[in-house]
Design a protein around this ligand. Structure first.
Ligand code: PRP
Length: 175
């Protein structure tokens, strides 16, 4: 059976409400200096698009592309930079925007990589935290939802490139 989206774990309404709360918290915390939001391609682009519209302060955006899963459903632990930022982040408040943190390898790599560029500070906003799957210690500053160790798709999250366009987050059946 081809993999398909199964049980809905986070509805569209729940996503909307939580993204609005995250946006308010981020706006409060960054009122003094507008941040650069760095979306992690590809998965974070849907979350990022909604999140920036929930943050009513001056901000800029950029994207960084990394790859770790190489088409499978488990992390290889090897993270590669596929496409870099378009601007300098020196002296800036940087907020990494991720759709999901699983083993933590991707975010650990990204934090190290961005911190080496001498920003004022790097913080992290992640929509879904699969905390049970963590293999490296990570500090997450903003977390939308915590989920158990299940493979989820939708709202930017894919399986073999599919399902990113679902407006909710669902468990993958038959993956
Ligand atoms: C997913 C997700 C994170 C990473 C998290 O990306 O978007 O970047 O995996 O996993 P980790 O905590 O185990 O490192 P993926 O490599 O599937 O690419 P995509 O964003 O293009 O879907």
């Amino acid at each position: 059976m081809a993999p398909r989206a199964g049980r809905v774990l986070i509805t569209e309404e729940a996503l909307r409400a939580r993204v609005a709360e995250l946006g308010r918290a981020i706006a409060r915390d960054y009122a003094a200096q507008g941040p650069i939001l760095v979306g992690v391609l590809q998965g974070a682009f849907v979350f990022m698009a909604d999140l920036i519209r929930a943050i009513p302060i001056d901000l800029t955006t950029d994207f960084i592309g990394v790859s770790s899963y190489a088409g499978g459903t488990t992390s290889s632990g090897e993270v590669r930079l596929v496409s870099d930022l378009s601007m300098s982040i020196e002296g800036r408040q940087v907020l990494i925007v991720e759709d999901i943190v699983d083993t933590g390898f991707t975010l650990a790599y990204l934090k190290r990589n961005l911190e080496a560029r001498h920003p004022a500070r790097v913080r992290v906003c992640v929509l879904v935290d699969k905390v049970e799957s963590r293999q490296v210690a990570l500090e997450l500053d903003y977390v939308g939802f915590t989920l158990p160790n299940v493979y989820v798709v939708g709202y930017g999250l894919d399986h073999d490139g599919l399902f990113r366009n679902l407006p909710y987050i669902a468990e993958l059946d038959g993956g």
